[in-house]
Design a protein around this ligand. Structure first.
Ligand SMILES: [Zn+2]
Length: 282
């Protein structure tokens, strides 16, 4: 998939079952298509995909969110599952090749792949040559929230492994609501899902794409404006979502989804009831 000069690849760690207490299990692979055909709930769990996004041009390799990172640690029992490193390998890339990592927010299903533990039990950056971009507000909120009891809205914060990256000055804490980090890649603070949640706009040669993180986790959330159990500030989420979807519709932009099970990319159209529907590209 192309957006102007950028190549867009969706990496997939697979499908997971997420429980209402925020814990995540790898979904059994023999689940029948029908059973897993919706983001639907079986008891108190839901199925989600984990799909980090790779944006490349001649000079840059940019990653949007880093996945769960299962199997990255030395001695992990998940060595044979796909993770961000094994996904990059498919495109002949190594973690060292990544120049920028943009974290939509710091919930562990988006940020845990940022680091791993080596044989000496030392926490290391998974992408040693990358600058990591996160909103300062997100870090501060995560520090406040990580030990709180209500920190169970979907996926919580697990910052232990991120301290090392912060100490090594790998994180750029953004104070801007809107900033272009390289020509054609803008970060937009949205708040809503978390106070420091951010989205990404990709644009080149009149083509545009949006990655809205957990503001729009799957195609099933297109016309759903409030996710009360999920969003810290549902009204902010609604406001930003309306605005960004309107822009994406007008710009005929590609939308990229992190948690979709099936359709993880598409363009917006409107149906007869003026509801958004997703059209798969090409
Ligand atoms: Zn998420």
């Amino acid at each position: 998939m192309k957006i102007g000069r950028f190549s867009i690849e969706q990496l997939s760690e697979g499908r997971f079952e997420i429980f209402s207490d925020g814990t995540i299990n790898r979904e059994p692979v023999n689940q029948s298509e029908q059973e897993s055909s919706t983001l639907g709930k079986s008891g108190d769990s839901a199925r989600i995909g984990i799909n980090p996004i790779l944006i490349s041009d001649e000079n840059y390799k940019v990653l949007l969110d880093t996945g769960l990172g299962w199997g990255l640690d030395a001695g992990s029992s998940y060595k044979n599952v796909s993770n961000i490193a094994s996904n990059l390998d498919i495109f002949d890339l190594k973690p060292e090749d990544i120049t920028h990592v943009i974290l939509s927010h710091l919930h562990y299903d988006h940020a845990a792949g940022s680091s791993y533990t080596n044989e000496e039990s030392v926490t290391c950056a998974t992408f040693p040559n990358a600058d990591y971009y996160v909103q300062r507000r997100e870090w501060e909120y995560a520090l406040e929230e990580q030990f709180s009891e209500h920190n169970l809205k979907g996926c919580d914060y697990n910052l232990d492994d991120l301290y090392r990256l912060v100490a090594e000055d790998r994180f750029h804490f953004l104070d801007e609501d809107n900033i272009e980090i390289i020509d054609g890649i803008d970060i937009i603070r949205t708040g809503g899902h978390t106070p420091g949640h951010q989205a990404v706009r990709i644009h080149d040669s009149d083509e545009t794409g949006y990655y809205l993180g957990d503001l729009l986790p799957t195609e099933y959330h297109l016309n759903q404006y409030s996710m009360r159990q999920m969003d810290v500030h549902p009204l902010d989420a609604k406001k930003m979502k309306i605005q960004l979807l309107r822009n994406a519709f007008e710009e005929e932009a590609l939308l990229l989804f992190y948690h979709s099970l099936y359709t993880s990319i598409g363009r917006l159209e409107k149906d007869d009831n003026k509801k958004y529907v997703l059209k798969e590209p090409r």
